[in-house]
Ligand binder design. Sequence first.
Ligand SMILES: Cc1cc2nc3c(=O)[nH]c(=O)nc-3n(C[C@H](O)[C@H](O)[C@H](O)COP(=O)(O)OP(=O)(O)OC[C@H]3O[C@@H](n4cnc5c(N)ncnc54)[C@H](O)[C@@H]3O)c2cc1C
Length: 518
Amino acid sequence: MPAILSGCAKPDDWRARVDGRWVGDNAVLGHRVRDAAAHPPANARARRCDVLVVGSGIAGLSAARALQRAGIADFAVLELEDAPGGNSRGHAMHGLRCPLGAHYLPLPGPSAPDIQSWLVEIGLARSTPSGLKWDERQLCHSPQERLFFNGRWQEGLLPDVPRASATQAQYRRFAKAVAEAGEIGFALPTNRAPWTPAHAALDAVTAAQWLHGQGIVDPLVLAYLDYCCRDDYGAGIATVSAWALVHYFASRHGFRAPGDDGNDRDPVLTWPDGNAPLMQALRRPFADRVLTDRAVFRIDEGLQDVTAWAFAGAEVERWTARHVVVATPLFIAAHVLSAPPPALVAAAKQQRRAPWMVANLLLDALPLDRVGAPLSWDNVIHGSASLGYVDAQHQSLARVVGPRLLTAYWAFADADRRRLLEMPWQDATQMILDDLRVVHPDLSERLQQVDLVRHGHAMSIPAPGLRSSAALAAVPECAARLSFAHADLSAYSVFEEAFTRGDAAGRRVARALGLAAS
Ligand SMILES: Cc1cc2nc3c(=O)[nH]c(=O)nc-3n(C[C@H](O)[C@H](O)[C@H](O)COP(=O)(O)OP(=O)(O)OC[C@H]3O[C@@H](n4cnc5c(N)ncnc54)[C@H](O)[C@@H]3O)c2cc1C
């Protein structure tokens, strides 16, 4: 046994000493919405506004921002949870900030000028004659990522192999396949790219089938691509479509084999508490209009206006509005609407959802580490079922002393949802410790507290057929009195999709109400 492993604690020693809890997602309130009686009570408290936004994730907040910019002052955003932000919420433990979900934003490219100009507006970038200059403090500091492979940490996430190896040849084959497939046009957000029969053909097969057809069979290359899909889509190459796999690379930085030109990792924006500062910047101009602990359980579209019913603690509120933007996941939208559009019902049924778990581990000090590349922002173990962990203090400008916070990420199969919901936090923590023990043998001894969140229905999986689904395309972004805004409308979930869907809905509502959106 290597010396580094000899100090290993017995796996269960930590249980009597460590504090832990599930935080964040309120499954009880969510399920109260699911099980709500069809007839709302007669004594509900009446409230009114011009436009009601349901859900304060990035899409809901982006819709509210567009409404405000268009001059609509009388709006409210209702949020089921006790804090806004949905999957982009942040958290803190002992004064240290950490994420509960989304944790980075790649620098937006030319197909996202609206996101670029918003990032300039909130001070993250400056326009200069030679292009945007980003605030270096918010760009992910070096070293950005490392992989535990063959018993040591190496820089970057691609398994390092000899330049003359068969694996290297397969990396190059994949780079060529992505470059060729990418010629049909990919963009982030997705709806800024064309949708052609060639896109639909990619969307008809799984990523694994397409890779096989391209002759990409090397286990190391496949393991890397499987990790990329699990990390972005919550499901691996056997589940997501080939369109999703190609989109992952072709809409961003492409793919280059290690050692080839342009293989440098693209920079990303990140914060100790993940994307929470982006969410807070969106919400800031209308923070008083975002009402939390409001679980909307029924929406009735009338001839003149819309009525939405919400649990608000022990009370029920009855909101009347000229227009409602439903910025919840599509399956919730289909459930709470008393007469949902048939396309919405069909799209929600077609959408499979990945459950996720995020665990923030508060340690009294950094744990022992294996040899090789130093602790990085993103740390991944080759062959692990997890997605590795992020160092929440990586962006600190001061020397970090004292306690440390590591954030571990796991995506599960939809069949595991109930098991996750019923899992005691101790069992979840043991699973994480077992996973990370190979790289940090004394992790359980260092552990002081663990705050975990489970996102039972976290995100839509872009499985074959979903992006090209006629039902999804037919969900009305803006009808007479109802709009839909959520990353689900793009078949998968990232900041760019949520922001753009919300912005588009907010602008259309402003136009529908006779106000020009700026
Ligand atoms: C663990 C994890 C990691 C991620 N990492 C990244 C990342 O690094 N970068 C990235 O770009 N994206 C990431 N994502 C994707 C993330 O989902 C998007 O970035 C974005 O936050 C989605 O926003 P949204 O508004 O579309 O949806 P959501 O975040 O789902 O927002 C929907 C909101 O509606 C509320 N709601 C639901 N039902 C009701 C109701 N009945 N009444 C009132 N309110 C209701 C919810 O509580 C929620 O606040 C990650 C997601 C997860 C789960």
